[in-house]
Design a protein around this ligand. Structure first.
Ligand SMILES: *[C@@H]1O[C@H](CO)[C@@H](O)[C@H](O)[C@H]1NC(C)=O
Ligand SMILES: *[C@@H]1O[C@H](CO)[C@@H](O)[C@H](O)[C@H]1NC(C)=O
Length: 360
């Protein structure tokens, strides 16, 4: 069975947004705010401070890129690094607490990046999130800021623990679909990263040129450019490639000329790994997302009234959208799902032990 490109992220956005074919070119954007009409959260393009101008962050990335290559050869010491990227708090913190409380402490680590201009979240000292917030910066869509935040999480997790083996990016609206034990078995036993790389379609070209017609050249040729879900799981080897990368990042961190098609966090990681180690990746995301009924570049959000055993089972039953190379060969199931509205916490907690953490 060939993978269906229509279910890939890019096409979903294309189908939902008749306006995406309008490609805005703005000659001089310096000092003009990039404004998202659907979101009041705006960021001056000049406000984004890249890692080159921040000596501490530059040092962190450099040290991280020289971190121990192989975690302890003993497989029992492999840890999963759960990296939460959120603007304010984690609405599903209690669900995740319950997920982690059933796990051996030797098998996982947690890192949280919160926008310091929005949140003053300080997890309670009894929480698994206590003391796990990394030095964070302002984030916003339509800028390289979310990508920079993900790189910061990877670098922090690399230097923090030499046993971190698989690095999983999650958002505040993600939930687990299985027990920790189940999740660990899939991820700790994989020597490949899980990262979606969608087939190129016309819209890919507009995403490649969103920083200017030839802006990505010569470092990133259009043939090498890939788009995929923002949410992936990367091996330690790939994590080190990411934090050590300055060449490809030097292009992706340039400001976009328009907010349409400016989704750096959906193209930097797939493109870099496509260029550096395509074979070392399973070309799929294990985070289930529903683009049917989504709008404005956002997927469908499940509300509290929809949450129940049936939804969890349906999300588990769906099959990740594998790339052509993996199709037929991979059987890894979805491990996480998004998006859930914050008000669905109660409904999720009610089925946590009986459904979500219950392995079939
Ligand atoms: C990666 O894992 C597969 C099985 O999951 C195994 O066949 C293969 O030899 C492993 N490769 C390396 C380089 O460890
Ligand atoms: C995805 O959303 C569509 C549209 O609302 C819905 O019909 C479908 O059941 C959803 N998929 C799942 C697994 O809930």
């Amino acid at each position: 069975m060939l993978s269906n490109p229509l279910t890939c992220l890019l096409c979903a956005v294309l189908l939902c947004s008749p306006l995406v074919i309008i490609f805005t070119t703005t000659k001089n954007i310096n000092n003009h705010p990039i404004h998202n009409p659907h979101n009041t959260h705006t960021l001056q393009v000049t406000e984004y401070k890249d890692d080159e101008t921040d000596e501490i962050e530059k040092e962190l990335l450099q040290i991280a890129s020289r971190a121990k290559q192989n975690p302890s050869s003993n497989n029992n010491h492999k840890k999963l690094a759960f990296m939460f990227l959120t603007t304010s708090t984690l609405p599903f913190a209690p669900l995740w607490e319950s997920f982690f409380n059933k796990a051996p402490k030797t098998h996982y680590t947690i890192y949280v990046h919160v926008d310091p201009t929005i949140s003053t979240w300080t997890p309670h000292h009894s929480s698994v999130f206590h003391g796990r917030l990394i030095p964070s910066k302002r984030t916003a869509r339509y800028s390289p800021a979310l990508t920079a935040a993900a790189r910061r999480l990877l670098a922090s997790a690399l230097v923090d623990d030499g046993d971190n083996y698989m690095f999983i990016l999650l958002s505040g609206s993600c939930i687990p679909l299985h027990s920790f034990h189940f999740t660990y078995n899939v991820l700790a036993n994989s020597n490949k990263s899980f990262i979606e790389m969608c087939p190129q379609v016309l819209l890919s070209f507009y995403r490649w040129t969103v920083r200017g017609a030839h802006a990505m050249l010569p470092e990133v040729r259009y043939e090498d450019f890939r788009v995929g879900s923002q949410f992936w799981s990367l091996t330690r080897k790939h994590t080190m490639m990411v934090v050590g990368d300055t060449r490809v990042w030097s292009k992706f961190k340039l400001p976009c000329l328009s907010s349409w098609n400016c989704f750096t966090e959906e193209s930097y990681f797939p493109t870099l790994l496509n260029m550096l180690d395509r074979e070392g990746c399973v070309h799929a995301t294990l985070t289930n997302v529903n683009w049917t009924g989504g709008a404005d570049g956002h997927p469908r959000m499940y509300d509290k009234d929809e949450v129940g055993p049936k939804l969890i089972w349906a999300l588990r039953r769906e099959r990740p959208n594998y790339g052509d190379d993996d199709d037929g060969k991979r059987h890894d199931p979805f491990l996480f799902a998004r998006k859930f509205s914050p008000n669905s916490l109660h409904a999720l907690m009610a089925i946590a032990d009986s459904v979500i953490f219950k392995d079939e």
